[in-house]
Ligand binder design. Sequence first.
Ligand code: SF4
Length: 195
Amino acid sequence: MEITRRGFLTLSGALGSGVALSSLGVDLGPAKAYAAEINKMQRVMAARQVTTVCCYCSVGCGLICSVDRNTGKIFNIEGDPEHPINEGSLCAKGAGFFDLTEANKYRLRKVLYRAPMSDRWEEKNWDWALERIARLVKDTRDKGFVTRNAKGELVNRCETIGHLGSSNVDNEECWLMSVACRSMGLVYIDHQARV
Ligand code: SF4
């Protein structure tokens, strides 16, 4: 059953009167989605709006964050139509900005580790993870560090570790990561945005 805006109002009245339309075989999914959208629009209109800039690339698109006045939490992020750079539009990465907030229930919140050849994830903590990463980097670098190339030229590089940046790494984090990688002699450094 397709629901128009006018039909939605009629249906809302029916829902309000307690008629169990779903038991009559009416699909209430579209009505509920529409109601949720209206609810969100009303929340956006009542929210405190804060402008900011997307951190992901040097385009610097403007964003509007809607903050719930009661909870103080962001519940919506969209392009700023008054921003001179993007005029409200966002690329797919910027459009997914809200998923970075704590409201995203799928966001990873703990360290999960799967041992080599295992089919089971184990929950670990950050101390354990940092210790293990540092150990593996040190051991691999010790074995794979090349001081001179085949021509005898001084190169001081590590050829056995590669680093690929994630799409959720911002400009400043990219800079920090590339500096850290280069300080260890890595040469195979790339970023998701270039793939
Ligand atoms: S929305 Fe896209 S184009 Fe705009 S600054 Fe963010 S990453 Fe760059």
